[in-house]
Design a protein around this ligand. Structure first.
Ligand SMILES: Nc1nc2c(c(=O)[nH]1)N[C@H]1C(S)=C(S)[C@@H](COP(=O)(O)O)O[C@H]1N2
Ligand SMILES: [Mo]
Length: 496
């Protein structure tokens, strides 16, 4: 058996890994900031969080939404910081794609070259040895390497654990937070104990990575900084002084990269959204877009107080219509269709098919709730109006004007969202007029809202008054495909 060493590909992937991991950590903290509370229950019931990273107290006596709970974290810990969830998500998903690719190359080469044996506890002896090594470190001594191995027993188990346990764990708990994956494979999220368990466990994964990094760097210093860095840079214990200089220069480079990326992101949010979005969108279209929802939670699973996001329309017109149980409501469906149509709420309620679904709702901010929604499958409306050739997207225009209804929000104007036309043919894509067996409450979107269970919550427009089928959305609003995409730089096809 040849002695294991530090070939160039191990050294290079190690460096690339540091770059992506550091962006994953900061952007992950940005995502946490938008709902800085962790739960062990899928209802995300206010007050039941087991951890909170905010001092804000929410009012008990008036309607607030979860955007009011968002925290503004500094750019020093969060990427990019300052309540930029959309941009933080772009960085998180962009980095995770890079990180997984780098990890696949690394693991592939480990197995192709036999270097995987550096992590394989080839005898049971390794476990008691690792404990001895631990005691040795505690007595300020350095444990011996395993024979023919680059590591001592404790290093072997720790590094092996990070590569083969912690990294996959973090990928799986991340995937378990994707509405598309949860909707298609409900057992998968349940295997983790539910959506909020997955989120909490993902947070523990973050802590584990942070702890590992701190101890790892500390141990490199204990073992002899120059010598250890030489192994990471040159693959052998040579030129410790040069290695130290290169390391320090690399660290400065890493900090500069973070500072430049952060400043660029905050200065050019639209460019960042477009650049990173182009990469992330391709991957999501490939893996998440085709997944179809198959959820069927039980009545007992329903959330007693489904959480809320977005403030109801405050116009007199809406209030009067609501006071009359929406008798005057008209849903217009038009655009690039053969037969534009108008529906009253009564038309929708007496539609031949009424579909009911009990499903998990995932807000982009991280909270979840389980609700029962009933209404007309969107497919049926689309089939009635008959899209013309070239029709590709559906636009949902709502009665909510954010300049008026949510003046504290960073954007203005009418709330709208667009989805790809093929989503209308997904099994649990619904125009809902009922929730939990009752007419849709005002705060949940009365009289009509969209349910598209493989997507994050913000796509599911509430208070819909017009549906338009179009070939292209670039002329609508800022052209990014929705109010949140336009104003807070979210991504458009959000299966995660
Ligand atoms: N018109 C409109 N629809 C909207 C929103 C909004 O602000 N305005 N918020 C979205 C977001 S971010 C979420 S999470 C869901 C919340 O749905 P719920 O309040 O019924 O839980 O509605 C979505 N639909
Ligand atoms: Mo949301």
């Amino acid at each position: 058996m040849p002695d294991l060493d530090f070939p160039a590909w191990i050294r290079i992937t190690h460096l690339i890994n540091i770059i992506f991991i550091s962006f994953l950590i900061r952007s992950g903290i940005e995502i946490l900031a938008t709902h800085p509370k962790l739960y062990w229950n899928d209802h995300s019931k206010p007050g039941t969080e087991w951890a909170r990273f905010t001092r804000k107290e929410m009012p008990k006596d008036k309607l607030y939404d979860t955007l009011d709970e968002e925290e503004d974290y500094s750019s020093i810990v969060a990427m990019p910081g300052h309540k930029q969830l959309g941009l933080g998500r772009h960085w998180h998903f962009f980095s995770v794609i890079g990180w997984i690719l780098c990890g696949l190359v690394y693991v592939g080469l480990l197995f192709a070259t036999g270097e995987w044996r550096r992590f394989w506890p080839y005898t049971w002896e390794v476990f008691p040895r690792a404990f001895q090594d631990f005691v040795t470190y505690l007595s300020f001594d350095l444990p011996p390497l395993l024979p023919g191995q680059p590591y001592n027993a404790l290093q072997m188990l720790t590094y092996g654990g990070v590569v083969f346990v912690l990294a996959p764990f973090q990928i799986l708990t991340g995937a378990a937070q994707s509405p598309a994956i949860e909707a298609r494979f409900p057992w998968f999220v349940q295997a983790f104990g539910g959506r909020q368990w997955a989120r909490s466990l993902h947070f523990f994964g973050l802590l584990a990575f942070l702890m590992f990094t701190v101890i790892h760097v500390f141990m490199v210093v204990v073992h002899g900084f120059g010598k250890e860095m030489a192994k990471m840079i040159f693959g052998a214990e040579v030129y410790p002084v040069t290695a130290t200089i290169i390391t320090l220069a690399t660290l400065v480079g890493l900090v500069v990269l973070h500072v430049v990326a952060t400043k660029y992101t905050l200065a050019y949010p639209r460019r960042t959204q477009q650049l990173l979005g182009a990469v992330v969108m391709g991957v999501r279209k490939l893996f998440l877009h085709p997944l179809k929802s198959r959820q069927d939670y039980s009545k007992a699973d329903l959330t007693p107080e489904h959480r809320v996001n977005g403030k109801p329309p405050a116009s007199d017109e809406y209030k009067i219509m609501a006071a009359h149980n929406f008798a005057g409501y008209r849903l217009e469906v038009g655009g690039l269709v053969e037969r534009p149509m108008t529906f009253t709420l009564e038309d929708l309620r007496t539609f031949p098919t009424k579909q009911t679904q009990r499903v998990l709702h995932n807000c982009v901010q991280g909270w979840s709730s389980i609700g029962e929604w009933s209404g007309v499958p969107l497919r049926q409306i689309v089939e009635l109006v008959r899209p013309l050739p070239g029709a590709r997207h559906i636009v949902f225009l709502t009665m909510q004007d954010n300049s008026r209804d949510e003046p504290s929000s960073p954007g203005e104007g009418q709330f709208y969202e667009t989805i790809d036309l093929d989503y209308a043919y997904h099994p649990q894509c619904l125009l809902a007029y009922e929730m939990n067996g009752r007419p849709l409450p005002l705060k949940h979107g009365a009289p009509l809202r969209l349910r598209l269970e493989t997507q994050v919550g913000f796509k599911m427009a509430k208070w819909i008054d017009r549906i338009e089928i179009v070939s292209d959305y670039s002329q609508i609003g800022e052209g990014m495909g929705g109010w949140r995409e336009d104003n807070v730089f979210y991504d458009r096809d959000v299966g995660i």
